[in-house]
Design a protein around this ligand. Structure first.
Ligand code: ZN
Length: 125
């Protein structure tokens, strides 16, 4: 008999059944491997989560790091520096504020965003 994928001649004892097809050992292993790793997005997100502060998405981490490095900053500054829309910033910042990592403060009629434990008076040096 032949492997249904690569048509290599295989004996009954070398036959592997996968998804209703008779395959040689190589093709069987290929198929099984592909199934195990066919969700690169899940692997990708898992890797991201490990290297970050717990619970933060990549965007939230970027916003947090940016405010930490250069805050207090206005929404316009953060959006143009990071290349995100106001809507993206708002939804991500809501999470940072909810986690008490960052907060907003008003200065000279402008809203500035700063870290939660960073005094609002302490501007960039
Ligand atoms: Zn094969």
């Amino acid at each position: 008999m032949k492997c249904e994928k690569c048509t290599t001649v295989i004996s009954e004892s070398d036959r592997y059944e996968h998804a209703g097809r008779s395959l040689c050992e190589d093709c069987y292993l290929d198929s099984v491997t592909i199934i195990r790793t066919c969700d690169p997005w899940a692997v990708h997100s898992a890797k991201n989560t490990i290297s970050q502060a717990p619970g933060l998405t990549a965007d939230q981490q970027r916003i947090f790091d940016h405010i930490k490095a250069g805050g207090p900053l206005t929404m316009e500054q953060i959006c143009s520096d990071l290349g995100i829309s106001e809507e993206e910033f708002r939804s991500n910042f809501a999470t940072l504020r909810h986690m008490e990592l960052a907060t907003g403060c008003k200065k000279d009629g402008q809203v500035y965003f700063t870290l939660f434990d960073q005094p609002s008076e302490a501007g960039p040096v």
